[in-house]
Design a protein around this ligand. Structure first.
Ligand code: PEP
Ligand code: MN
Length: 263
């Protein structure tokens, strides 16, 4: 169902006043984790001012170590809703378990399935039944075919509003956190009508590489990017090393202007 053979025209996924897919190049931005009202609202204001169409922020965090910050939970979701109401910017946040679906649907506009849950079929079916737009991230070691089949689960459960996300895969390379597979973006755009966004934050894991890889996304066919940004990355509770500062986010948007405005 997600194949171009079934549907030739591009799917456009809409939530709030954001749309991803079609002619637009969309920038989704915000912190890795929601940490406090002040942290979230201040960064939300900056990314909105410079042209982000949606705000990201994790309230439930899939951390590699159980001793790391696990997210604010439902309090974080409420802060995302507050940012949405105050600034009019729609939100994207990760759902980790089926039991979180009710509160996610109450507070959040677009449900992110994280890389670690790409093959959590119960969760895929649950978001499929929910009808909320879904941002589906490629698994750490998933093939493109497996990503498409994960999307197929969501589609088959009744939800066609799916954005695919290339967020880097695990390879033998250790210089960067992951290897951003831009092949996958060009390939996916030929195979599927679903929009495809690039996550250069997790794709590289290095703040200084985020702008160059963001610039690379549009020419290979991406419909947008999702980037992490934090006004004080040294104090961030997760992924501070890959977060763009406020001025860097402004620079990013300047550099992406030809794509955002041409769209
Ligand atoms: C995130 O977006 O912060 C995240 C945990 O992403 P991924 O699932 O791609 O690792
Ligand atoms: Mn992160």
């Amino acid at each position: 169902m997600v194949s171009r053979e079934v549907q030739a025209h591009d799917t456009v996924v809409r939530f709030g006043n954001a749309s991803v897919g079609g002619d637009k190049f969309a920038v989704i931005a915000g912190p890795c984790s929601v940490e406090s009202e002040e942290q979230l609202l201040s960064v939300a204001e900056v990314v909105k001012k410079h042209g982000a169409v949606a705000l990201r922020g994790g309230a439930y965090k899939p951390r590699t170590s159980p001793y790391d910050f696990q997210g604010m939970g439902v309090e974080g979701l409420k802060l995302l809703k507050k940012a949405n109401q105050q600034l009019g910017i729609p939100t994207v946040s990760e759902v980790m378990e089926v039991s979180q679906m009710d509160s996610m649907c109450e507070y959040i506009d677009c449900l992110q399935i994280g890389a670690r849950n790409m093959q959590n079929y119960a969760l895929l079916k649950a978001v499929g039944e929910s009808k909320k737009p879904v941002l589906l991230k490629r698994g750490l070691s998933a093939t493109i075919e497996e990503l498409l089949l994960a999307a197929e689960y969501i589609f088959d459960a009744g939800n066609p509003n799916i954005i695919l996300c290339e967020r880097g895969i695990r390879t033998y390379e250790t210089a960067t956190r992951n290897t951003l597979d831009l092949n996958a973006v060009a390939y996916l755009k030929q195979r599927t009508h679903l929009p495809v966004v690039v996550d250069p934050s997790h794709g590289t894991g290095v703040r200084e590489l985020v702008i160059p890889l963001s610039r690379a996304a549009a020419p290979v066919g991406a419909d947008g990017i999702i980037v992490e940004s934090h006004l004080n990355p040294c104090e961030a509770l997760s992924d501070g090393h890959q977060a763009l500062t406020g001025p860097m986010f402004e620079q990013l948007m300047q550099e992406l202007k030809p794509f955002v405005e041409a769209a």
